[in-house]
Ligand binder design. Structure first.
Ligand SMILES: *Cc1c(COP(=O)(O)O)cnc(C)c1O
Length: 842
């Protein structure tokens, strides 16, 4: 029967339950299980139907149910407990307040933030990392404000067609359903900032705020009344559209973002930000805005750049050149130089060509956002040790004359937010040894080594069983979408087995991650899966970028293999990988397989989530695993570093199969008479003790604070305490630029007295003052080509004869080499190679 009319019924939250709204709008519930329990208890059906989105749920709970819980003392006291706990969390002194003197104030810019599926403004790893950064900054009490974009469309959800080809479905974000509120001024009006595009087109940007524990995340939105249709579409979707569109988005994020964060800090009475963190090159335009603002106060471009650099931190996330934003320089000039007179309208006071010079390459045609990131930021890093090395190699041309090792790009290894990624049964085990304490500032987890075999085994079995159950639901759902009739899906009830060794593999499907490496010998894989005594099961998930045709083909190959009736109970592909699915996969998998081509995985984080839950890593020596790999706590697939890709894949797959057949499977099934795999569980304990504490995002954020944010803040303070410093340094740079050609190192002499090397040299400085340079002895063992390996630098001092001299003890035998060089020296410099100037003795 058709309804005569339809009405939309929403219910009002009674005043005495107003606290529920407070809880719903602070995303701390995403990592606080008690608060989630409360929402579930409020109304389990509404909780599920809202897709576990408390903001939506509150409008779905019937008035009758509200009256019931309002009169229920147990519910009321649970509500009070959650509120009191949140209040303590928000106001107590934490690591940052206790341990960090002269605390920096940070603004953290990112194109995506993955905090919860109920706030769909992320696509994958980068976003989830940014979300975990905010959550951990919150746990540690760091003074940080996040800045991102509020997209009108979420990233796609994935389904498959009958042939196993990826289908993409997009869903519109409805602001009322998201845990975001408008940022308002004293009159209660939503605060907006704007940017001016060519043709006097003023783009209004509305400010929203998501509360992530103690951290405010500002979200920028151009879909506002008054903007023309094109402008409203700027924040339409993440990574959608062409380069032109991307530039528009990045301008809104970077330039609009700086304006937004200033307005916000002012409204909230917060400190002005001194450190700006560019999470990937997308945020680079923020530096141009800061330079423009300083020039507005009378600084020269060079002085403004110097000051901006002091407070900027840049993190690069990809070792694959194709992953870096490179734009047509002409398109950028279009935005920056609307009037064609060389001074920007978009960023008032900014000289356009000087700004473009920060990023142009290839004879000026291409603008590279990563290059600009490095040039705008005095401190920069890759996201794992190996990735730091790779980045120093990739970008060494920006620092000519220096060895790779001196390229000023450090590394801070990624981490994951423990409370988001740990399963409840595993968390209970942590509590059983540590008590209910905050682990965010603790790096010694050796007490986890005292967990008994039985306790660990019980939890691991529970988690695997939970994975099996959830995976069956997902397989069923996927087949219904693929057009199967529920009646023909009886077989799904016996897919996977809660007692079988379970291998997880879930990540974005891109070529270098090699989803199909495990299929390189299909028959061998079948035998491994179907072994009668010691079977293996594999759970696979992942989305391919909509434009990645080869990626989709890999996926289809895997899906078609898994569709085969002979193996479909032992290998499944789960459609629509997302945070919620990741949570049960990373906790239920015994082994996490990761086989990217070294060194193309910058870090990877999913394996870290597994380690926290007592799963073991099975990986190529890439990303985070390269620096943590140990045979006590995981398995490392051999790297065969040869040119021929097909042959390399074949050989590395061979290593994968061998390790699986000969080491992993036998160890898992090596049980005593009561079914305990004691050696396996010892590896689990090793992993929990040695690896887990190093892969937390609180460790990562502490590293950022100590190694990058605090030093950046101190650099900024240098300028605050010395009005003329930026000007002085700009002059210094100019002096070097003019006079550097006249510097030379000559007449180098050495002698060895006992085991001490003494070196002296005369240095011609030309126009440059002796205080402007440091003369260094660089000494180390020399290889066959005469290259110095891991050399040490020793400052040389000028004697009365005008010659520079230094001594160095010779501690190692064999071939030792040295050279003498002159490099810039100034208290503003954080790194020797920063200016790319050096004179080495010829
Ligand atoms: C952790 C996570 C990622 C990133 O995993 P990688 O190992 O870095 O590829 C991507 N997507 C989701 C949903 C995740 O939870």
């Amino acid at each position: 029967m058709k309804a005569l009319r339809t009405l939309s019924v929403t219910s009002e939250l009674p005043a005495e339950l107003e606290g529920l709204r407070t809880l719903a709008y602070n995303l701390r519930w995403t990592w606080n299980a008690e608060t989630r329990d409360l929402f579930e208890a409020l109304d389990p059906r509404a909780y599920e139907e809202s897709n576990r989105n408390p903001v939506v749920q509150l409008g779905m709970v019937p008035a009758r149910r509200y009256s019931e819980v309002a009169a229920d003392p147990k519910f009321r006291s649970a509500l009070e407990d959650c509120l009191a706990d949140l209040d303590t969390y928000m106001t107590s002194e934490r690591w940052f307040q206790k341990e960090v003197p002269a605390a920096p104030a940070i603004a953290y810019f990112s194109m995506e933030f993955g905090i919860t599926p109920t706030l769909p403004i992320y696509s994958g790893g980068l976003g989830i990392l940014a979300g975990d950064h905010l959550k951990s900054a919150s746990d540690l009490g760091v003074d940080l404000i996040g800045v991102g974009l509020l997209y009108q469309w979420g990233y796609f959800s994935q389904s498959l067609n009958r042939e196993g080809w990826q289908q993409e479905n997009y869903k519109q974000n409805v602001t009322e359903d998201l845990a975001v509120v408008p940022v308002t001024d004293a009159d209660g009006d939503q605060v907006c900032v704007n940017v001016t595009f060519p043709g006097e087109r003023i783009i209004t940007i509305a400010l929203w705020k998501a509360q992530v524990g103690r951290i405010s995340l500002l979200l920028l939105d151009t879909n506002v009344e008054g903007n023309d249709e094109g402008a409203r579409q700027i924040t339409d979707r993440l990574y959608g559209g062409d380069h032109f569109h991307r530039i528009e988005q990045e301008i809104v994020l970077g330039i609009g973002g700086v304006r937004a964060v200033e307005r916000f800090a002012e409204l909230e009475g917060r400190r002005e930000r001194d450190v700006f963190h560019l999470n990937e090159g997308h945020a680079g335009f923020l530096g141009l805005e800061r330079i423009g603002q300083l020039m507005g106060k009378g600084l020269s471009f060079d002085a403004a750049l110097t000051k901006t650099r002091a407070g900027s931190v840049f993190t690069t996330h990809t070792p694959v050149p194709a992953g870096i934003d490179r734009f047509d320089a002409g398109q950028l000039r279009h935005f920056l130089d609307a009037d064609g007179n060389g001074i920007s309208r978009l960023v008032p006071n900014l000289p356009v060509e000087a700004a473009l010079a920060l990023g142009v390459e290839d004879g000026g045609q291409i603008f590279n956002m990563a290059h600009m990131g490095f040039r705008l930021s005095q401190r920069s890093n890759g996201v794992a040790k190996l990735h730091g090395e790779t980045s120093r190699r990739m970008f060494k041309d920006l620092y000519p004359g220096f060895d790779e090792a001196e390229v000023p790009i450090t590394s801070i290894t990624n981490g994951v937010h423990r409370r988001t990624w740990i399963s409840r049964p595993m968390d209970a085990l942590y509590k059983s040894v540590f008590g209910d304490i905050d682990l965010s500032a603790r790096s010694d987890w050796s007490q986890l080594g005292t967990l008994s075999d039985k306790a660990l085994l019980d939890v691991r079995n529970t988690l695997r069983a939970n994975l099996v159950e959830r995976a069956r639901e997902d397989v069923r759902r996927s087949w219904v979408r693929r057009g199967a009739h529920p009646g023909e899906l009886g077989w799904v009830d016996s897919v996977l087995d809660p007692n079988v060794l379970t291998i997880g593999f879930a990540r974005r499907v891109s070529t270098y991650k090699r989803l199909t490496l495990m299929l390189s010998q299909p028959e061998r894989l079948r035998e491994i899966l179907l072994n009668e005594e010691r079977p293996v099961q594999i759970v696979v998930a992942g989305k391919a970028h909509p434009a990645d045709y080869p990626g989709k083909e890999f996926m289809q190959r895997l899906v078609q293999f898994a569709d085969d009736h002979g193996v479909r109970h032992r290998i499944v592909f789960l459609a629509d990988y997302d945070i919620r699915m990741a949570q049960y996969l990373v906790s239920g998998s015994d082994v996490w397989l990761n086989n990217p081509i070294r060194p193309e995985e910058a870090s990877g984080t999913s394996g870290m989530k597994v380690a926290l839950n007592g799963g073991l890593t099975f990986s190529t020596s890439d990303g985070w695993w390269d620096e943590m790999a140990t045979d006590d706590a995981g398995w490392t697939i051999e790297t065969v570093d040869i040119e021929d890709r097909a042959e390399r894949d074949r050989l590395e797959a061979e290593s994968l199969y061998n390790i699986l057949e000969n080491r992993i499977v036998p160890l898992f099934y090596d049980r005593d008479e009561s079914g305990v795999p004691a050696k396996w569980l010892q590896m689990v304990r090793n992993s929990l003790v040695e690896i887990a504490p190093k892969v937390t995002a609180t460790r990562m954020v502490r590293d950022y604070v100590e190694q990058l944010y605090a030093p950046a803040s101190q650099s900024v303070a240098l300028f605050a305490n010395d009005e003329g410093l930026s000007h002085e340094f700009a002059e210094y740079k100019q002096r070097l630029a003019q006079g550097w050609g006249g510097v030379s190192v000559r007449d180098v002499e050495d002698s060895v007295n006992g085991d001490v090397l003494a070196v002296s040299a005369s240095v011609e400085l030309g126009e440059i003052h002796a205080d402007d340079v440091q003369v260094q002895l660089v000494v180390g063992s020399a290889n066959e080509d005469g290259e110095l390996e891991d050399p040490i630098t020793v400052a040389m001092t000028q004697g009365v004869d005008g010659r520079y001299a230094a001594e160095h003890p010779l501690e190692t035998l064999g071939s030792v080499g040295y050279t003498v060089r002159a490099v810039p020296s100034h208290r503003v410099l954080a790194h020797t190679a920063e200016l790319g100037l050096v004179h080495v003795a010829q």
